[in-house]
Design a protein around this ligand. Structure first.
Ligand SMILES: [Zn+2]
Length: 559
């Protein structure tokens, strides 16, 4: 059964699996499906490799990594990855940027890195957890209020309970909207406690606490960078989770990966490392390049590109460890981004707010702007309060934010508009990668003695090492050139294997043309003198882990 993919809905695992199997059938020369491993609940973690296989295997081309939905409820992250796949496959041959990208480069796309958690979020009786469904750090459920659909309508909303000591009150002009009570609001008002919809395990009839999540692990704290056990949500040890181990293993075995985006929600920003300190700790060149890429990201998507540490820290005194983008930049030496899709604040046109601080504290006016935006554009995002006879709490009201399709993800009908520009950002980043290409190969012969000259060059914008960090971490291998001589041929000068260092890109050319020094530091010239009968064919290979492989051959002799 083949149905076209749509971007006004959120798909469950089986549907995504079906699309991922259909694409290689429809586009056999452009994509191949593989499973990089199994999730905790034994689901395949699918990876689609997209390139023009007629121009060479994926492993011999520079690649770009995309993943999504490591966090369970961040479903639009999968949508963004699926949108990119569909865009690339349907635009190859008609869009010259897509065509060039797939002819010269590769995308590795994992639309749903955490299939188990997303499946719970999309279930008829949804369960919203942070990431993996594996219980952690305990296997039992501790007591308290557990966030679940209580009245059987399939929605997990909010619960409001009249209470003279509640911290919330209806907005005076817009009573369906709940806002924080002011510090000096006098007793006796119309006050409520606002809690997640759910039931209380072992309710004592008086006290309500939130039950700690039985699934308390955050897989975006499980990457092998800065990992420490005291950040309890990070798992048992670095890459202890099968989903993360599968991704880490694939990435390490594919040194051709030159950059990455991990899709998350929400906030409408592109986040860049480092998490652990101010951005000034980055090598200057890398920081400049990161900012250049970020400016383009903003131009293409409207999302600001910001530093995690400076602009997105939950607590400036302690930093988050074990995240994907930090691991990719620090240990793999590539420019990696965490793109947080969607922002109700931006939709409602709020200006000059700080991403994280705003969550803690903001004006009732901001809330009013946001609810009015929803009422006009996606009214299903906010539900009118309705009475509900709670089995433990008696008469309460359910309603308020239907969070998963209002804040955590775009409302269905706005999904496509939100994720489409992200494909352009991914394409841009893929196109700027280093790329090794043949410049020329020449032979000068004198009888049976031949001088061979091979010139290869980096035609990409980034240098072959991609970052300074890759050099600091000693993971960027030099360009390697191999001469393969057939029997009867003898090397008189040169080396069978030559290491050529790193080749520059165009990334740090000065825009001020009076300073122009557009030297050929992107080129490598290798020469040999070979004794062989005329007509002998020799094979030449130039390769760089990150920039791809060039294969050529030359026939010796004057002819
Ligand atoms: Zn996330």
């Amino acid at each position: 059964m083949t149905t076209d993919i749509r971007f006004d809905t959120y798909y469950r695992y089986d549907a995504i699996t079906q699309f991922l199997h259909n694409w290689p059938e429809k586009y056999p020369d452009l994509c191949r499906l593989s499973s990089i491993g199994k999730s905790y609940q034994d689901r395949d973690i699918w990876l689609l490799t997209i390139t023009n296989f007629d121009t060479g295997p994926d492993t011999e081309k520079p690649a770009f990594w995309i993943d999504g939905n490591i966090h369970s409820v961040e479903l639009s992250a999968s949508s963004a990855a699926l949108y990119l796949i569909n865009h690339l496959l349907t635009h190859y041959g008609s869009d010259e940027r897509v065509t060039h990208a797939l002819d010269s480069r590769v995308f590795y796309i994992v639309p749903r890195l955490n299939p188990d958690g997303a499946e719970w979020a999309l279930a008829d009786d949804p369960i919203y957890i942070r990431s993996t469904t594996r219980p952690f750090p305990r296997t039992d459920q501790l007591d308290g209020l557990i966030r679940r659909d209580s009245d059987g309508d399939g929605r997990v909303l909010q619960m409001r309970i009249k209470d003279p000591n509640g911290a919330f009150k209806p907005h005076p002009e817009h009573p369906r909207l709940m806002i924080l009570r002011q510090p000096d609001d006098l007793p006796g008002g119309d006050y409520y406690r606002l809690l997640p919809e759910g039931k209380i395990q072992n309710y004592d009839g008086v006290t309500i606490k939130l039950a700690p999540r039985k699934q308390g692990l955050d897989m975006n704290r499980n990457f092998p960078v800065e990992w420490t056990p005291e950040q309890v949500t990070g798992g048992d040890y670095p890459a202890s989770e099968p989903e993360i181990r599968s991704a880490v293993d694939f990435i390490v075995k594919h040194p051709n990966i030159t950059g990455a985006i991990t899709f998350h929600t929400f906030s409408g920003v592109h986040l860049r490392p480092p998490t652990k300190g101010p951005e000034s700790v980055l090598p200057t060149r890398d920081l400049r390049t990161y900012k250049t890429i970020g400016r383009k990201a903003t131009e293409l998507t409207g999302y600001a590109a910001i530093s995690v540490h400076e602009d997105f820290a939950y607590d400036p005194k302690s930093y988050i460890k074990g995240t994907f983008d930090d691991w990719m930049y620090e240990h793999r030496g590539v420019y990696a981004w965490t793109t947080e899709i969607w922002s109700p604040q931006q939709q409602a046109d709020l200006k000059d707010y700080h991403y994280i601080d705003w969550m803690r504290e903001h004006s009732a006016e901001d809330d009013l702007k946001i609810i009015r935006w929803f009422e006009e554009n996606a009214p299903e995002g906010y539900v009118d309060w309705y009475e509900y006879d709670h089995p433990q709490l008696g008469k309460v009201e359910l309603g308020g934010w239907h969070d998963i399709y209002s804040w955590s993800n775009p409302p269905h009908k706005l999904l496509e508009k939100e994720i489409a520009p992200l494909a352009e950002f991914a394409l841009y980043q893929c196109l700027i990668s280093p790329r090794l290409e043949l410049h020329s190969v020449d032979v000068t012969s004198n009888g049976d003695t031949h001088r061979i000259r091979l010139v290869v060059e980096n035609t990409g914008w980034l240098p072959t090492n991609v970052t300074e960090q890759a050099l600091n971490m000693k993971i960027a291998q030099p360009v390697e050139v191999d001469l393969e001589l057939p029997e009867g041929a003898r090397l008189l000068m040169g080396e069978l294997k030559t290491f050529g260092g790193q080749l520059a890109g165009r990334d740090h050319r000065s825009a001020l043309t009076i300073w122009s020094a557009d030297v050929t530091d992107n080129r490598l010239k290798v020469e040999w003198v070979v004794a062989a009968p005329s007509g002998t064919t020799v094979n030449l290979t130039a390769q760089h882990d990150r920039a791809g492989v060039v294969r050529t051959s030359v026939v010796l002799g004057n002819h």
